[in-house]
Design a protein around this ligand. Structure first.
Ligand code: DX5
Ligand code: ZN
Length: 224
């Protein structure tokens, strides 16, 4: 069954010079979870933030769930560091792990919630074997590496497929969409079955986060 809607601002689009304040503000203005993009200049052609920054947000006083999206290869080495740093969800791309089941188990046994991330062209077949270990499935609606790209419409079809798989499993698995989500397409994304909506530039490029998040929620309320 579909879970309650979560709006997950991607801090990739925040002002890193005042990151604690940015996260406080976006949570105050109605965000549910913090989407934390980790890029390694190897799996993706960009370099961002690591466990020290996650820990700094926790020490700053952030208590909301932190949704760590690993765009790194390999993944296993860095997982314990994110666990210690206070991650809530840890998601990774199946092609970045040699042993997907082992990596998922490592995350689950650490007490974090685990998820798999599918690029626009990555097939979903791996899901057949690991549904029992998943708390989240993340579909990329852009190719990973950068914020501010355009939503790839084919993701909606993939999203409907994953919604069916989750419903058939009977498990509480979140369905998250990441990339190019904005006020004017979030309703269609929800209608396709998503319950967790990453939005970076759509939120942080606006002056008033609350107005933007409220507008997203108003659209979500209209989704069928
Ligand atoms: C892209 C990242 C996204 C990105 C989304 O690789 O995974 O989370 O920050 O940014 P927008 O919402 O601007 O497309
Ligand atoms: Zn992301």
């Amino acid at each position: 069954m579909k879970q309650s809607n979560f709006i997950a601002p991607s801090i990739l689009a925040a002002d890193f010079a005042k990151l604690g304040e940015e996260v406080d503000n976006v949570l105050r203005d109605g965000a549910d979870i913090v989407h934390f993009d980790v890029m390694d200049n190897h799996y993706v052609p960009n370099l961002t933030i690591g466990p020290l920054v996650c820990e700094a947000l926790r020490n700053h006083g952030v208590t909301a769930p932190i949704d760590v999206h690993l765009m790194v290869k390999p993944v296993d080495r860095i997982i314990p560091d994110f666990v210690s740093a206070g991650a809530s969800y840890i998601t990774f791309h199946p092609e970045a792990s040699e042993h997907i089941d082992r990596t998922l188990s490592m995350i689950k046994e650490s007490g974090c919630k685990a998820g798999l991330v599918f690029n626009p062209a990555t097939p979903l077949n791996v899901l057949e074997n690991v549904m029992d270990k998943l708390d989240m499935i993340l579909l990329m609606s852009v190719n990973p590496g950068f914020g501010g790209q355009s939503f790839i419409p084919h993701t909606l079809e993939k999203c409907r497929q994953v919604r069916q798989l989750i419903d058939a499993s009977g498990k509480d698995i979140r369905l998250e969409i990441d990339g190019g989500v904005k006020i004017d397409n979030i309703r269609a994304v929800a209608a396709a079955g998503a319950d967790t909506f990453v939005a970076g530039s759509a939120i942080f490029s606006t002056d008033d986060y609350k107005t933007t998040i409220d507008a997203m929620r108003a659209e979500l309320a209209l989704a069928k």
